[in-house]
Design a binder for this molecule. Structure first.
Ligand SMILES: Nc1ncnc2c1ncn2[C@@H]1O[C@H](COP(=O)(O)OP(=O)(O)OP(=O)(O)O)[C@@H](O)[C@H]1O
Ligand SMILES: [Mg+2]
Length: 160
């Protein structure tokens, strides 16, 4: 059983990545599915607990930018002995702003949200408890380039 944690700015490709690689095997947990809930964090914890208790693998598809956001998830995952796997979406702010502009309807968010997430964004680290960490870049023709996480290759936050 796995708990996959996606980490990245809005419009960095997380939900598309979920649909491409995990939709058939993992349950989607996302606060985007709880927009009308008054306490989305509590609801998310309930859904996560239910899935893990039943032995289902999950993908947590939020921006998950801070250590605290991830700590709560990892703690829960570990209680159920899930393998904790992280994917960091390494995109520039400008590329995310551009992709966000191209979205329509509810998928399109306010640009200020991207700036706010960038400010908080702390790249993940194995010390948080990840068994595996990868970095993901959007490649040409709708593909994703997935590389093992190497701290030396990045100075942390995406370039502005
Ligand atoms: N590999 C890709 N190649 C080209 N375009 C992509 C790719 N992945 C995602 N996109 C496009 O980028 C936009 C943002 O993708 P997506 O909705 O998956 O991002 P997100 O990280 O889930 O954003 P949010 O955090 O706001 O939910 C979408 O319009 C999507 O079609
Ligand atoms: Mg999304």
């Amino acid at each position: 059983m796995e708990m996959v944690i996606l980490i990245g700015l809005q419009a960095s490709g997380k939900s598309t990545f979920f649909r491409t690689y995990f939709a058939n095997s993992h349950e989607l947990i996302s606060k985007d599915l709880m927009r009308n809930n008054k306490r989305p964090s509590r609801r998310q914890a309930q859904l996560l607990t239910a899935a893990l208790e039943a032995g289902r693998s999950v993908v947590v598809d939020n921006t998950n930018p801070t250590l605290e956001d991830r700590e709560a998830l990892i703690k829960l995952g570990r209680q159920y002995k899930a393998k904790i796997i992280g994917y960091y979406f390494d995109s520039t702010l400008q590329d995310c702003l551009n992709r966000n502009q191209q979205r329509t309807g509810k998928a399109k968010v306010l640009d200020v949200g991207l700036y706010a997430t960038l400010k908080k964004l702390t790249p993940p680290d194995y010390s948080e408890g990840f068994l595996q960490l990868f970095q993901v870049a959007i490649a040409p023709h709708g593909a994703f380039n997935i590389q093992p996480w190497e701290v030396e290759q990045t100075d942390g936050k995406p370039e502005v």
